[in-house]
Design a protein around this ligand. Structure first.
Ligand SMILES: [Zn+2]
Ligand SMILES: [Zn+2]
Length: 350
């Protein structure tokens, strides 16, 4: 009897193994390298292959509403409208963190400023922000200022080490002092110069292995090729060998260990590191698209901007420039502006 039961158990187990595939419920996701073990990487364009039009994303019917509802990382700003110096307003502490993150405040310790008081330093920071974004310089959180601040944007700071890259363009990156680099501690290992060395004009790029979508790769390749033909200085080549790559492309969500945590849908959408670091990170939580789709962010447009950072460019005040920090949903922005050309030419003297 016991032998009979054992035999039945074995047969049952064998049948179960046959029926249940090892990747049940998740047929498209490959096993990630150990450092991503706890990270659920969204394949942003995974439904694309089912689409009749290969260049447009199939959008599930309720996802637009969902995306809009969840897109709140900078939502606190809407409650600060009209705020000015001397006031105490709930949420000012969040504004201080925001302006500190993007370089407008240079706190030694954010804890000392963790309060809702609109002080002198904050007013000065708001004025600098307004100057950078071509707004009326009032120091008051008027609706124009708030509407700029809530835009989805690049995580790269506008001001680095106290040097405002948006007003003193192309000068800031040469004077690097790691001691003062409070805002972006992870940039401090770049060393003295934020550019690729002379003669290093052919750059190898590598997609992190979790990126399996051909559409994602195609979008990034498209951006890379645009920079190549635009500069006529850099050329790029994809490599499958991470060790030999100069540039790496990765999707992350939330805190991913480089000191600049992503913040879910909206808010910061991507960031990249100056030469010769070469890392480009996209926020996996963004509603990415290929092409202009309402409430979605065009991947190639953002890749184009981030590659500018990989080449050493900071942000531009020109809204039409690729290097402008913010991007709107539902737009494709892949045309360079003369300002972009001036930037890259000044940096590399070609
Ligand atoms: Zn940027
Ligand atoms: Zn990152």
């Amino acid at each position: 009897m016991a032998q009979h039961l054992t035999l039945i158990s074995c047969i049952t187990l064998f049948l179960l193994l046959l029926i249940v595939p090892s990747n049940a419920g998740n047929p498209t996701r490959k096993k990630l390298p150990s450092k991503y073990e706890n990270l659920e990487i969204k394949e942003p364009l995974m439904v694309l292959s089912n689409s009749k039009n290969p260049e447009s994303l199939h959008v599930p019917s309720n996802s637009e509403n969902l995306a809009t509802k969840e897109r709140q990382p900078f939502g606190f700003l809407n409650h600060l409208k009209g705020g000015k110096k001397g006031e105490n307003l709930a949420g000012i502490r969040e504004l201080k963190k925001y302006l500190n993150k993007f370089g407008y405040l240079n706190y030694k310790s954010i804890n000392a400023h963790d309060n809702d008081h609109f002080d002198d330093m904050l007013e000065a920071a708001v004025k600098t922000y307004q100057a950078n974004y071509n707004l009326k310089i009032t120091g008051i959180l008027d609706s124009e200022t708030i509407s700029k601040m809530v835009m989805p944007r690049c995580g790269f700071p506008d001001i680095i080490n106290g040097t405002n890259s948006m007003t003193k363009k192309h000068q800031g990156h040469q004077h690097h002092s790691p001691n003062k680099l409070h805002i972006v501690a992870h940039y401090s290992y770049y060393g003295g110069s934020y550019k690729w060395p002379a003669g290093k004009t052919h750059l190898y790029y590598w997609f992190e292995t979790h990126i399996t979508s051909l559409s994602v790769k195609r979008a990034v390749r498209g951006a890379v090729n645009r920079w190549a033909s635009y500069t006529q200085h850099f050329s790029f080549e994809e490599t499958l060998d991470s060790q030999s790559s100069d540039l790496t492309v990765t999707f992350y969500r939330g805190d991913h260990g480089d000191g600049s945590a992503f913040d879910g849908p909206g808010g910061v959408i991507a960031h990249a590191f100056f030469p010769t670091d070469g890392r480009l990170h996209f926020d996996a939580d963004e509603p990415w698209s290929i092409g202009a789709i309402p409430n979605y962010v065009d991947l190639e447009s953002v890749a184009l901007h981030q590659i500018g950072h990989l080449l050493g460019l900071g942000h531009s005040t020109v809204p039409d420039a690729i290097m402008y920090p913010g991007i709107s949903y539902g737009v494709v922005k892949t045309n360079f502006h003369p300002d972009d050309r001036q930037g890259i030419k000044a940096l590399y003297n070609f």
